[in-house]
Design a protein around this ligand. Sequence first.
Ligand code: ATP
Length: 640
Amino acid sequence: MVRRTGFDPDGCGRMNSIAENEKSRPNAPPLRRFEAEFLRPYRWPIALGLCGLLVQSVLLLPIPLLQGWVVDRLVGYVRASGGGGTETAVVNPSVVAVARAAAARAIGLALAATIGLHAVRTLLAWRIAAMMGRISQEVVVAMRGALHRKLMRLPMAYFDAQQTGRLMARVTSDVGSILMFIRSGVLQVLNDLISSLAIAVLLAWLEWRLALVALVAVPLYAVNQRVFFGRLRRLSDEIRAQVAALYALLSERISAVRVVRSFAKEDDELDELDRRIDRHRALNWANTRASAALAGLATVISGVGTVFVIAYGIVLVGRGVLTVGELLAIYALVGQLYQPIVRLTQFQATAISTQVSIERLYEIFDEPEPVRDRPGALAIPQPRGAIEYRGVSFAYTPDGARLLCDIDLKIEPGTHLGIVGPSGAGKSTLLALLPRLYDLPDGTDETGRGWGSIHLDGTDVRDLRLADLRRAVALVPQQALLFEGSIRTNLLYANPEATEEQMWDALRIADLAATVAALPAGLDSTVAERGDSLSGGQRQRMALARAIVAQPTVLLLDDCTSSLDAETEARIQQSLERGLPGRTFVIVSHKVSSVRRADHILVLEAGSVVEHGTHDDLIALGGHYAETHRQQTAALTTVE
Ligand code: ATP
């Protein structure tokens, strides 16, 4: 069955559940799993196609026999009419007439049968190609869907460690190579195997000694395959990896084209791209050479096998065991026997490359998938917005250093918390833990220290239903990423049920309503990929409006108004308070002006809280916050 795991927009990871998943990881080889999960639903159409192909192959078998039959009739006619070196004293006209009629009948029949057989074969080939084309498309759609769902379920840590381009290569190029294989290869391979067997049996029935001579070539084919297998496998691995590296470079450089241009690095980038393309071409060339050598040797083996068959066949004709026509029929059948075997050899490179692609895709499918909700996870019917961090520590990797150390903090519902601190202090990390973009591990580290817990309205966030948690808590990240589409589709992404009025309200709060209203298409104006058609500040405000449309109880603003001037920022904060009354806000910023209105302010340094209190408390304390305030105010005064 195709796995229908359902769309899941979450990517949180929990270390204990990763271990559980690893235990349940299927051990079957990827090829078998691919067959079971993606091909088996089509087993009946595929079986039908296979039957069709077999009929196609079987229809070929009478043709050599007919040709042999025609040749024997012609030989009979030539002999009857005194030709062919036969010492016939008297040519009997009636015998000649009978032989001529027999030969003419044989030719007519053979011609009609050959045309008829080929017509049926063509019809079958057309139907089978159409059916396999459809099946391969459906398999690819199912595979891409399953991959997409799987990627959506993987933890953030997975994406932190992966280049987007490499993932893209798997979803496009690897799946594409599987598509080609199913469309043009899989049935042909099965058919070739079965039809070679059928021809071998027919040969043995016609003349077992010649069949034995013909089959001597088979072990030679096997040795040939074996010799090339390792090399082709290695080359396929490298080619797939090289394609992924190429995709990675392209996707990175295209998305950062402004950086490339601003450093005038176009030529360097082209050189790098050329180098990778050359490497890819060299590998492909080596692969083509190896496949050609393999196929060439296979053809030589067929040639030698055929020569042996003919030589021994002539001996048998000489002994009167075989007629010339039978020898010719056997010769044609031997050709038909070798053809599929040579084709199988030629197909080996494609089959290996498809196998490599399937294995690479199963590397993604086998990635441990965090359990989304714990058993008995709790719903949040009416979130209030009380947040508590209890002794929270965090490291991005299990053996990495702790970037947050024993953070305790409590935020009452409906209040505002400001967080300031130097770059790299851990402010974004602290926010990302609340909606469980990263999960706090259970248990303790190797030194026996725990990781703490985070609570929403008194419940550990890991015990809540993730979908409910993410509805209650909205995070507006530092980098405002928008999707290609209209302003409307971007806003509806956060809340598909949002009304027109709610969307305009959100835009008003984000101080973007006037800008959108002035656009000719209003809400339906297009936002380009990555939102490049908007200014940095407009993008940030769009991302904020999108979060507001979701009507969260807790809004986490991760330095998301950094591109705005202090006046606009203050206006937006006031609108937020008015437009979303009673909500809990956490505002991360480098600017003291962004957090000074907060009910409580934390100063974070190197993952620890070093100061906390209200703006006035912290100014009075005369510590880091007061110093930052002094410097920022002085800088503003100097600018003015
Ligand atoms: P800034 O003000 O510059 O945004 P920040 O205070 O928000 O910084 P974080 O983004 O939380 O700091 O980063 C804290 C530390 O964690 C940094 O040393 C950073 O290198 C590291 N870090 C951040 N994200 C990841 C990640 N996905 N994987 C590994 N380390 C990370």
